[in-house]
Design a protein around this ligand. Structure first.
Ligand code: ADE
Length: 229
């Protein structure tokens, strides 16, 4: 059974969205991975299909009810949705390339997308969700974050990227940001491609690229220096 992303959401129509295009979309058509959505609203029992309620303790916004969310999660898991349970939230642990690699090596992932102010914390604890953030900014829901996480995993699956060498060369494989890339024309708007890249000296080119990667990482992401990635 191919690697499977199961997405629990009140907006299943947002999927596959961008994941139906380009690399991930072609891989989806080739059955290299599967996408399942579960509409959380299908697990309500009232006439208005209410998934949220006001927060205890007061404050702005609405919170998704644990009983409704748990029914959706338990249904997905009973149906055989494979992989760890992940709740997308700006208060989660940061998504890293290493986590995408670990998830891509496994059978799949179950992604819970919150809306409103979030999901009642008890369901996160009770079902053992790992809270994951895709960055220090607030999206209006977990769906775009889930898509980002899925894309990061899918491109690592065997056969999705034809040229496997490109995965080893890319940013974060080395633990550093990538060196700059150039193609034709050799001079464009008066800007020449760096000489060294035209020299044919592969050892010198590699050394130049390492130096470029190191200097851009020092200036933009000093936090990445001296870590394994
Ligand atoms: N939901 C809203 N903002 C998010 C973020 N930054 N990461 C993951 N999920 C989110």
């Amino acid at each position: 059974r191919p690697w499977t992303a199961t997405v629990l959401t009140i907006f299943p129509e947002m999927f596959p969205g961008p994941l139906g295009h380009s690399l991930a979309g072609k891989a989806l058509q080739r059955d290299l991975w599967r996408l399942e959505t579960v509409n959380i609203r299908d697990f309500t029992s009232d006439r208005h299909q209410t998934v949220d309620d006001t927060p205890f303790g007061g404050g702005a916004g609405m919170v998704m009810r644990p009983d409704i969310v748990a029914k959706a999660v338990d249904h997905a898991v009973q149906e055989g949705a494979p992989g760890p349970l992940v709740y997308l939230s700006p208060r989660g642990v940061p998504l890293r390339q290493a986590m995408a690699q670990d998830l891509a090596k496994g059978p799949g992932v179950v992604l819970l997308c919150g809306r409103y102010e979030g999901v009642d914390h008890r369901v996160i604890e009770a079902r053992g969700f790992l809270e994951v953030s895709i960055g220090d900014f607030v999206l209006s829901g977990g769906e775009l974050a889930a898509m980002a996480l899925i894309d990061a995993c899918v491109r690592l699956l065997p056969g999705v990227i034809g040229d496997e060498a490109s995965l080893k060369e890319e940013s974060f494989a080395s633990g550093l940001l990538e060196y700059p890339h150039y193609t034709r024309p050799q001079v464009w708007e008066g800007r020449a491609v760096p000489e060294i890249l035209l020299s044919g000296h592969h050892a010198k080119i590699d050394a130049w690229r390492r130096e470029q990667a190191l200097s851009i990482t020092k200036s933009r992401r000093p936090d990445l220096i001296g870590t394994s990635g």
